[in-house]
Ligand binder design. Structure first.
Ligand SMILES: CC(=O)N[C@H]1[C@@H](OP(=O)(O)OP(=O)(O)OC[C@H]2O[C@@H](n3ccc(=O)[nH]c3=O)[C@H](O)[C@@H]2O)O[C@H](CO)[C@@H](O)[C@@H]1O
Ligand SMILES: C=C(OP(=O)(O)O)C(=O)O
Length: 453
């Protein structure tokens, strides 16, 4: 990548709408058909952008989704002195000159993954000031496991005024390899510590590590830059620190949560759809649950799934768990589907303590869902009917879109800033499949919303 090609700030994709006062209007009951092109995984893209900080050369990343979170992550990196250039789904990142160790408060507090860069910044500069992160408001989401792991590797870490200040004492400015046991197999903590360990002195072993495909994707990026990592995708990850990482070219895996969301879109509208590229192995619990519900899915090619027209949806129980269990990020979309299944379902959310807020919004559409603690008791109803609703987080927004596709009449969804954080043009992709869905800009939506008050 030549210097002259690199813009000082990230050029943002035009397709990302900005205003949160926009609304989506959906006229439900349409059957969908056609092919969906699945974008690169949000949770890989964000942490891979952080991973690129480890390399003092060029990283050329392909299959980067067009998301507000990617845009903000790019702005975080820019503020650290990183040069970025985007051309459609390829992102060139050059972190050869990190001019700052301090990430901007107003950006980091808007997404979760930005915090994970603390491991890479600390490993590169020996110091990092990282505000506590934002992301979906689905629980307390502390960062204690990240902090304790960095401390075990020799960092001094203190949280003051909403900022996590970390530095490596001594002259070497290098973290030291350590044996770290995570109380919870946290995705973010595994990623933070794996990145930090790639440039540490000696060996780090992370026990009870997260096994999510995005952790493996990050490990593969680091390995392509010369890192020595074994065991990613298992509960024990071993990292032998090296002194420097080199330039690379890397392609992000398809988004398993976007894939799952489109599978539910097919099931809830009783439509036949094909989806690619996908990695069916990343979707084992999602496909298994869809089959329990009565949905037929075939593997048309190693990277292509086809969902057939569903006749009857049957109730099932779901418990969210760390990978390879059922993903918490698919819980809200499945709640929309089970709302229309015959019989009673119980959904247990065991990863996050406050991730059932979409239940009351689905009830506005005619669902019959009762929440008690971390469980949602869903009594299937034969039909939903459109209404104005509010998205409270990213996957809640997806659940409301899915319910709106199946509901009779018009559904109006507010809170699109959540949707745009993590879905690459969901409304446009659905439109191409035949959905009657329209995004109204803030001025138009003001008129629509005042007319429903
Ligand atoms: C950007 C990104 O990749 N986000 C994903 C990531 O979030 P994230 O990495 O934040 O999720 P974690 O796996 O860390 O969280 C799992 C559980 O561990 C707890 N915890 C986590 C860290 C910590 O230091 N202390 C602690 O107690 C959390 O509160 C939560 O109850 O994994 C989640 C679980 O699959 C997904 O829902 C998110 O989409
Ligand atoms: C919870 C999610 O994202 P984040 O961790 O970025 O808030 C999600 O992707 O569903």
């Amino acid at each position: 990548m030549e210097d002259s090609l690199i813009n000082p700030s990230l050029r943002l994709p035009d397709a990302i709408p900005q205003a949160d006062s926009s609304v989506l209007q959906i006229w439900g009951g349409q059957s969908l058909q056609g092919h969906v092109k699945i974008s690169g995984a949000k949770n890989s893209a964000l942490v891979i952008m952080a991973g690129a900080l480890l390399c003092s050369g060029d990283c050329r990343i392909h299959n980067v989704p067009k998301l507000a979170d990617v845009e903000r992550m790019g702005q975080v990196l820019s503020a650290l002195g990183v040069r970025l250039k985007r051309d459609d789904t390829t992102l060139e990142i050059n972190a050869s000159e990190l001019t700052s160790s301090k990430a901007p408060y107003e950006l980091v507090t808007q997404l979760r993954a930005s915090f994970f860069a603390i491991g890479a910044i600390l490993a590169r500069l020996g110091i990092a000031q990282m505000p506590l992160p934002g992301g979906c408001a689905i629980g307390a989401r502390p960062v204690d496991l990240h902090v304790r792991g960095l401390q075990a590797m020799g960092a001094e870490v203190q949280i003051e005024h909403g900022i996590c200040n970390a530095y490596i004492p001594g002259n070497s400015r290098r973290l030291k390899g350590a044996k770290i046991y995570l109380d919870i197999p946290s995705v973010g903590a595994t990623e933070t510590l794996m990145m930090a360990a790639t440039l540490a002195d000696g060996e780090t072993i992370i026990e009870n590590a997260a096994r999510e495909p995005e952790v493996v994707d990050l490990a593969n990026l680091c390995i392509s830059m010369g890192a020595q990592i074994r065991g990613a995708g298992t509960s024990t990850i071993t990292i032998q620190g090296v002194s420097k990482l080199h330039s690379t070219e890397y392609s992000i895996i398809p988004d398993r949560i976007e894939t799952g969301t489109f599978l539910v879109a097919g099931a809830i509208t009783r439509s036949e759809l094909s989806l690619s590229p996908v990695v069916p192995d990343h979707l084992i619990p999602v496909i298994a649950k869809l089959r329990d519900i009565g949905v037929s899915i075939i593997e048309e090619a190693p990277d292509c799934l086809r969902i057939l027209k569903t006749q009857n949806l049957k109730a099932t129980d779901i418990e969210t768990l760390p990978h390879p269990g059922f993903p918490t990020d698919m819980q809200a979309p499945f709640m929309a589907l089970l709302a229309l299944a015959e019989g009673d379902s119980i959904i247990n959310e065991s990863v996050f303590e406050n991730r059932l807020r979409h239940a009351s919004e689905l009830n506005r559409l005619g669902a019959d869902i009762r929440v008690k603690g971390n469980a949602a008791f869903v009594k299937g109803v034969p039909i939903l009917s459109g209404a104005p609703v509010l998205a409270t987080d990213l996957r809640a927004a997806a659940a409301l879109v899915l319910a709106g596709l199946a509901a009779s009449g018009k559904t109006t969804i507010q809170g699109l800033r959540h949707l745009d954080r993590g879905y690459d043009q969901l409304d446009i992709k659905l439109q191409k499949l035949g959905a009657k869905i329209q995004r109204l800009s803030s001025t138009d939506s003001d008129a629509v919303l005042s007319s429903v008050k």
